[in-house]
Design a protein around this ligand. Sequence first.
Ligand SMILES: [Zn+2]
Length: 180
Amino acid sequence: MEATHHVHTLVLSQGYKPVKIVPWQRAITLLFLGKVEVIEEYDRNIKTTSVLIKIPAVVRLLNAFRRHKKPVKFSRVNIYGRDDYRCQYCGEGRSINELTYDHVVPRAQGGKTVWSNIVTACTDCNAKKGNRTPAQAGMKLLKQPMQPTATPALVVTVNQQSMPDAWRDYVYWTGELEQN
Ligand SMILES: [Zn+2]
C-alpha cells in the first residue's frame, strides 16, 4: 500500500463537477471547517487527535466555488497552463514531467525570464533549440507568448491507470480536470 502522504482527494463543486485535487490532509481540514461533505472514502483509516476516520476520496464543496480574480503568478505551472501543456515548438501535449520551459530569446543573448519570453517546451525541442533564438534554430513558435490576463484553467490530466477507483464516477466524462 502506498504511503498516505501521496494520497489525494478529488474536490467537486456544489454541482458535482471536479474542481481540484488536494492532498487528503487538506480535505480533512476542509471537512473540519464544514466546507465540504464526504462523497466517497478510501478504504483506509487515519487517526486524528480524537477519532478514527476514513480518508476522504471525493468531497463536495457545500458553498459555491468562487473563481478568484488574482493576478496570475509567474510560475512554471502557470506557464504550462497558459500553453495548454503543449510544447510550443512541436505542439505535442505532454505530462508535466516531460515538459520544461524555454527562454525564447536565450538568456545568453539577453532574454529575460518574463511571460513574454518563456514558453513551454518538451525536453527534446528544448535540447534541439539550445542557446539559440527560434530563427537561429530554424524552429517556429506556435504562438507569441503573452502575459495571461486571468489565471489560466489549470488542466490536470488524470492518468487513468493511477487514478483512484473512487474518482472514476466523477471524472470519467471529461478525463481531465480543471483546477484553479
Ligand atoms: Zn517539442
